[in-house]
Ligand binder design. Sequence first.
Ligand code: ADP
Ligand code: ZN
Length: 319
Amino acid sequence: MNGKYIIGIDLGGTKISGAISTFDGKIIYKKSIDTLSSQGPERVTGRILGHIKHLIEYVKADKDEVSGIGIASPGPLNIEEGVIVETPNLPFRNYPLIKTVERETGIKAYLENDANAAALGELWFGAGRGSKNFIYMTVSTGIGGGIVINGDIYHGHTGNAGEFGHMTVEPHGPRCNCGNYGCLEVMSSGTAIARIANERLKAGEDSLLRNCEKVTSKEVFEYASKGDKLSCEVVDYTMNYLGIGTANLVNAFDPELIIIGGGVSKAGDALFSRVKNVVSKRCFEIMAKSVKIIPPGLSTDAGLVGALAVIMSKYNSAD
Ligand code: ADP
Ligand code: ZN
């Protein structure tokens, strides 16, 4: 199966990013196009197919030289059947994307959840290189994750393992988009951090955040570093929950690494020091001392590199 090239497609609500790389993952050419989600499933699939054709033609490859196409998509998915079950920002409902792509291109294709793909990207090209057992968590608009066991993704019985964003960390917390209450995502995602700060501002509390046109998680961390009281309290409050979620993962998996990525991880030490502190308090010492809680190795193109890594993991073993 070792053709010369592989293709990665990162499917997002706004952009379809694509890359063609050598078999060992060196990107030769990449390009993003608009998803235009409102045009419906057939048109969006047409755009994906057109983009794959463009990638192959641009590098003057023959399609027989392409070993596989990895497609990373938000879930839930049926990975074995290659079906997108449902996604909030894409028009697909129970849509057999992989069968369609394989039929139209003649190339073997694989679907993977975008957080799992990012975990594979870290395994093959990022901070997870050389490690076979680790947890990847992405803290951004929402919170997602991937479990790497023995150098491969653990998918679980229904294929949806790794939804760390929906573990309950506060039984009496607010309602989450998933219908449950007090999920990690509703307590410590970027969206949650902004929501909690904005609620307190609305209640009339004094804060330098009032100088900002828009208060997102980025501003909350920025003003916390300047000593703004409200911002510091929101960072402490939300990062305590992120620490609790991380401690639960450490106790459950005893991983070598926990890689925390996503937009909020750009806050750096303000996030990592707090999370590590909670882990050291809540986990068995032997695990808390050995686990490394670190930022990702990949930043730009993490989704795209992840989509390529999906193919790498099909044809190689990561040792
Ligand atoms: P997406 O959720 O679309 O994948 P990102 O991974 O970029 O997007 O995450 C966006 C979230 O990260 C937003 O809530 C944003 O406020 C937050 N964010 C971005 N940069 C920072 C930063 N430096 N510090 C804290 N939060 C940040
Ligand atoms: Zn939830």
